[in-house]
Design a protein around this ligand. Structure first.
Ligand SMILES: [Zn+2]
Length: 304
């Protein structure tokens, strides 16, 4: 297979948090229709009212830029991947997610994380755009992409979906991306108390329920520096200026807003590097207070 220029390891964006290098593993920029569907209250007028969103997070017409990517880093000696994107060749109702063919695994490998080397996969929640690369197709079967990893998610999250009356498309997603990992004995369910839980020295799961009942954000700490991976508690930086804006797919919208407000309040005016799970490049920044709410002060990536 020829190597496209995007797999050049010097093009893998990364940030430094103490001794840890966090790599962004790009999957795909989602199409312009994603914003109005996902965040219907983020109208062009609302977006236009926040100059700081342009040009990185929105265009001049108020179209939101929304990305799919993962984060990869080594912490406490464990090679860790946070969320696994949409995946290749998956049959999905959403046309933007259907039957993708991206070079995600080549990028992950170029960043220094070949699939066999991954020790830990953390799933912020069990939605189709966060579990896709859990598996890949081998001879017509969906098998774990990271056979030497422990995959972890919150117990509340897995148990919620176990009791959920799923439509066929969601059942399909569980069949091809979650159940094969469980059947291989690789999925660990973690109890996440209200004040969070450390799963590896330096890596903490933070309960941020609402988008889904067992949703978690992640806090990474090294040498007194801290980063926070949002998951889908915050989909887009416009929600910093308007924390009331929720996602159409939030299971409990009021709880989601409460989690978002609590998280933003804890991040405001700190040095914590916020890494947005769906934030378009530059993807990262610090939360600062702005006009009675917040904005993101971007922190551009380096390349390794
Ligand atoms: Zn998502």
């Amino acid at each position: 297979m020829s190597t496209p220029p995007t797999t050049d390891p010097t093009a893998i964006p990364c940030w430094t948090v103490g001794d840890v290098t966090v790599h962004r593993i790009d999957e795909v920029l989602l199409p312009p229709a994603t914003g109005p569907w996902l965040l219907p209250d983020a109208t062009p007028d609302v977006v236009a009212g926040q100059d700081w969103l342009r040009p990185h997070f929105a265009d001049d017409e108020g179209v939101l830029h929304i990305d799919s990517h993962s984060f990869a880093f080594t912490v406490g000696g464990l090679r860790t991947l946070v969320d696994t994107g949409i995946g290749n060749g998956k049959e999905r109702a959403n046309p933007a997610w259907h039957n993708l063919n991206t070079d995600y695994l080549q990028r992950l490998t170029a960043a220094g994380f070949p699939p066999d080397s991954v020790d830990l996969v953390i799933l912020t929640h069990l939605h189709a755009d966060h579990v896709g690369w859990n598996t890949h197709e081998v001879d017509g079967d969906w098998v774990p992409t990271f056979p030497n990893a422990r995959y972890i998610t919150s117990r509340v999250e897995r148990e919620f979906w176990a009791g959920y009356d799923m439509e066929e498309a969601r059942e399909q997603m569980f069949r091809d991306s979650v159940i094969p990992v469980e059947e291989a004995g690789l999925l660990d369910l973690v109890d996440v108390p209200a004040d969070g839980v450390e799963v590896v020295a330096g890596l903490r799961l933070i309960p941020t329920p609402g988008h889904t009942p067992g949703h978690i954000a992640l806090e990474l700490t090294s040498r007194a520096e801290t980063a926070l991976i949002t998951g889908d508690c915050i989909h887009h930086p416009v929600q910093l200026a308007h924390p009331t804006i929720g996602a159409c797919v939030d299971i409990e919208p009021e709880q989601s807003e409460a989690s978002r407000r609590r998280l933003l309040g804890s991040l405001a005016s700190t040095d914590t590097l916020v890494l947005g799970t769906h934030f378009a490049p530059p993807t990262a920044g610090r939360v600062v207070t702005h006009e009675g709410a917040y904005r993101l002060s971007p922190v551009p990536a380096d390349s390794h």
